[in-house]
Every structure is written in structure tokens, then in C-alpha cells.
Ligand binder design. Structure first.
Ligand code: GLN
Length: 455
């Protein structure tokens, strides 16, 4: 732990951590030691993990990257945090993320990083002038920079896979409903899923096995599907595995260097016994407007709880209740969050609901059906996690839509609730490229095995 803190001290400009607490970490580490000595250790006893600050944690601040929750202390642990703790993992700290997980660059941060008293953009350790991706940017950086062996992230529309890709690590979003959402600060409830980020598929498998499982009393969307031992399943051969490559995933919008890295990875898979087959996901581009309508709609509803009454920030001066609400929310939320609340409220409002929200739900169903059609011809779908490598910090600061467009390859799987993984597969101009593998429902084991074979 001391050496981790030393590294953290010298690389604090990366902005990955928003909270560290040596005493709390050492106390947990000693408890893990004692459990090992007593022969009662969990499968991950003593292994450090850092949590995206979208998971609420007792004994640590829980901010979701927002001024709205600055100083907030949760009275309970998120289920995922609790389960990893029960497996013996030791919490190393809380990690920076985009405010309420809204973003693709980890630049929408409103709480200070460790070692500063200012909110700072999170930086990519491969090139600190570039973004790490988002919204789980701190989680990706902590692993890529060697500050933590593993971290937790959440993925609503790509927030595990895209930062994993930008930082050259492995991350998996399981099937929607596999991991409990209890204690994850809600962004878009029909999409939010937790998952692990680590250096390898094998490490992800170890964490994912501990994270998943039903939580019926606390998350009504958690599925009645027992946890699996994903690490046990990493021995399968890839002989005859049909890898479907949607033609829409390698079109004109993809940077040539990214396309070359993906093609080389697919050629490597063929050497390992897999077969490349052509498939189509014809509504890929529609996933962008569909997602940014549905996610904003759900966000506008979820964020209505932050009204200054029960918890979180409250404006200090107001003349009546309405003004208290208005000032609290004006002060507490950042620009991107306000933009989503306005879009979400608009698409849900009378007169626009049918044209936007309902229409988006119908197209969402069609996107899910497209995947089922593709899975008749293949076992796994592959393509880039993002059309480019990490961009320069500030490159999209006046153009939020540029961030939205970069989510084009992660959004379709999210809308369909499918599991998706990103693994490092090469470089473009010195920056890591991630190969995305998308599986059918509950095919996490197959994805992890395919990634493990490649690594
Ligand atoms: N970039 C997407 C967004 O901004 C996805 C975020 C996420 O998966 N949490 O909404």
C-alpha cells in the first residue's frame, strides 16, 4: 500500500483518484490477513481494488463526480462493493468519473482529485495530453498506470469498454441484470450495469464472478441467474468459433489505424481457429439518437431526487421552496448534466413523448432484434470499441455531440442489454486500440475465454 501511495503521489496529475484513506485501507488489509491466517479467506483476499465513485460506500465519500453530492456519506454499501469486500478485496480508494457517469472523456468532473483542491480532467497515462475515455476514466487510468490491479466501472452506453480501449486495458460489461444496480448512483436505469476493469481477461473473470448474482430484494431488475465461476471457464478452444464482423463497424468513420489494428486482431483470431463471418447491424447509427433520447429521459427522472431536501447540496439562500429547488439544482449540477435533464424532460413532455421517447423505444427493440438475427450466423460479434483512439483533452469541449458520436459502437449492445468486452489489440499512432467483443445474453464466459486466448 505504501508503494501504491508513493506512485499515486508522483502521478497525482493523472487525476484518477478522488479519495484515498490509508487507515481504512490498512484496516481492511489487516482483516484480510487475519482471515487468511484463520483459513477463512475469500477467493480474492487481500487483493486491492478501487471503486468508481458512482458506487456508494460506507466510510468513504460517495460523490458520483458531482458538486451535488460533495461531502455525501452513504449509510450503506453498493451490492457490488459489498460482494467484492466479502470476497476479501481491499478498497484502495474512490475513482474519478464523469458527473453521474455522463460523458465519454472524464472531463465532466466537479469534485477535486486527490492531491488537489480543484476538479481536474483525468489524463491518459499513455499520453497525458489526451483523455482517458469515460465515464469510467479514473477506473481505466488506475489500472493502466499501475495504481491498482483492478477497478470497478459502470457502463450505460460504453463507459467500461471505451475507457478500457483508450487506456489499453480489459473491461467487461455483463448482460443487463447480471450485477445488482443497488447502490450505483442511477443514471439511466434500463441501461446501467457494473463490471470489472483490469489488466487481463483472467483478472476480469475473477472479479466478475464475485460481482454477479441475484439481488432480488434490492434491485428488481437483477436476474435470477446464479453467479458463475468465469475463471474456471477460460480453458475453451476457439476452434470453429464464428466471429461476426458487422460491416457497419468498419465503415468510413473508423480511423484507418484503428481499422488496421482490428483487422490484424481478427487475422490472429483466425490463426487461433476462429472463423470470420460477415454480418450486418443495419441500425448501428440509429443507436446514437435512440440512446441519447432514452438515457436522457431516464436521467431526467432519476435526478429529480436531488432537490436539496433529503440529502446532497442545498443552496444557502432562498425565499421559498421553489427558489430553493432552483438554486440548489442550478448550483449542484454541471453543464452536461443540465443538458441531459433538459433533453430528457423535453422528450418526455406531452406532445413530444410519442415523437421522440416512444419512437426511440420502438427502434431500441429493432436494434435488439438485429443482434438476434446476427447471432444466427455467428457466436460472437467483433469490431472496434470506438472509431478512434483517445483524443486530445479539450478537443470536444465546445461540441458535446462529438463525444456522443464516438459512442457509436458501444451503444447498440447497451440498448440490447448484451454483454460486451474490450481488450487491447494494438496501437494507432502510439495510442492503444480496443477490440470489442459482444456476446449474446449470458455469454460473458465465452467473451472472457475468447479474450483470454488472444492475450
Ligand atoms: N458516453 C455515454 C454517455 O455519455 C455513455 C456513458 C456511460 O456508459 N455511463 O452517456
Amino acid at each position: 500500500y505504501q508503494s501504491a501511495l508513493g506512485v499515486l503521489g508522483s502521478t497525482e496529475y493523472l487525476g484518477a483518484f478522488v479519495a484515498v484513506d490509508e487507515d481504512a485501507t490498512l484496516a481492511q488489509a489487516r482483516a484480510a490477513d487475519a482471515a487468511i491466517a484463520a483459513g477463512q479467506a475469500g477467493p480474492l483476499a487481500g487483493v486491492p481494488v478501487a471503486h468508481k465513485d458512482i458506487f456508494v460506500t460506507t466510510g468513504w465519500p460517495s460523490t458520483a463526480g458531482s458538486r451535488m453530492l460533495a461531502g455525501y456519506q452513504s449509510p450503506f454499501d453498493a451490492t457490488v462493493v459489498r460482494k467484492l469486500g466479502e470476497a476479501g478485496m481491499v478498497t484502495l480508494g474512490k475513482l474519478s468519473c464523469d458527473e453521474f457517469a455522463m460523458g465519454s472523456s472524464n472531463q465532466n468532473v466537479a469534485v477535486p482529485a486527490v492531491g488537489t483542491d480543484q476538479p481536474v480532467p483525468v489524463r491518459n497515462p499513455w499520453d497525458t495530453s489526451r483523455v482517458p475515455g469515460g465515464s469510467s476514466g479514473g477506473s481505466a487510468v488506475a489500472v493502466a498506470a499501475g495504481l491498482a490491479p483492478a477497478s470497478t466501472g459502470t457502463d450505460t452506453g460504453g463507459s467500461i469498454r471505451q475507457p478500457a480501449s483508450f487506456c489499453g486495458i480489459t473491461g467487461i460489461k455483463p448482460t443487463y441484470g447480471r450485477a445488482s444496480r443497488y447502490g450505483m448512483v442511477a443514471f439511466a436505469s434500463s441501461l446501467d450495469q457494473a463490471g470489472p476493469m483490469a489488466r487481463s481477461a483472467e483478472d476480469c473473470a475473477l472479479l466478475l464472478s464475485a460481482m454477479c448474482g441475484p439481488d432480488p430484494d434490492r434491485d428488481s431488475t437483477s436476474l435470477d441467474r446464479p453467479a458463475e465461476d468465469f475463471a474456471q471457464g477460460l480453458t475453451g478452444s476457439l476452434d470453429g468459433l464464428r466471429i461476426g464482423v458487422p460491416k457497419e463497424f468498419l465503415g468510413d468513420g473508423v480511423a484507418p489505424g484503428v481499422r488496421a489494428a482490428i483487422d490484424a486482431a481478427l487475422a490472429e483470431y483466425e490463426k487461433l481457429g476462429a472463423k470470420r463471418v460477415a454480418v450486418s447491424l443495419p441500425r448501428t447509427e440509429l443507436a446514437i439518437p435512440v440512446y441519447y433520447i432514452i438515457a436522457a429521459a431516464e436521467a431526467s427522472s432519476n435526478l429529480s431526487r436531488f432537490d436539496g431536501v433529503k440529502f446532497g447540496h442545498r443552496a444557502s439562500q432562498y425565499k421559498d421552496l421553489a427558489e430553493m429547488y432552483m438554486k440548489t439544482r442550478a448550483e449542484g449540477f454541471g453543464d452536461e448534466v443540465k443538458r441531459r435533464i433538459m433533453i430528457g424532460t423535453y422528450v418526455l413532455s406531452h406532445g413530444y413523448y410519442d415523437a421522440y421517447y416512444l419512437q426511440a423505444q420502438k427502434v431500441r427493440r429493432m436494434i435488439a432484434d438485429d443482434f438476434q438475427a446476427a447471432f444466427r450466423d455467428c457466436d460472437v460479434i467483433a469490431g472496434p470499441a470506438a472509431p478512434t483512439v483517445a483524443w486530445a483533452i479539450g478537443a470536444h469541449s465546445d461540441d458535446p455531440v462529438a463525444d456522443y458520436l464516438a459512442d457509436v459502437f458501444t451503444l447498440p449492445g447497451s440498448l440490447a442489454g448484451l454483454p460486451g468486452l474490450s481488450l487491447p489489440c494494438g496501437f494507432d499512432g502510439g495510442m492503444p486500440v480496443g477490440l470489442q467483443l459482444i456476446g449474446n445474453y449470458f455469454a460473458e464466459g465465452r467473451l472472457l475465454n475468447a479474450a483470454h486466448r488472444f492475450q
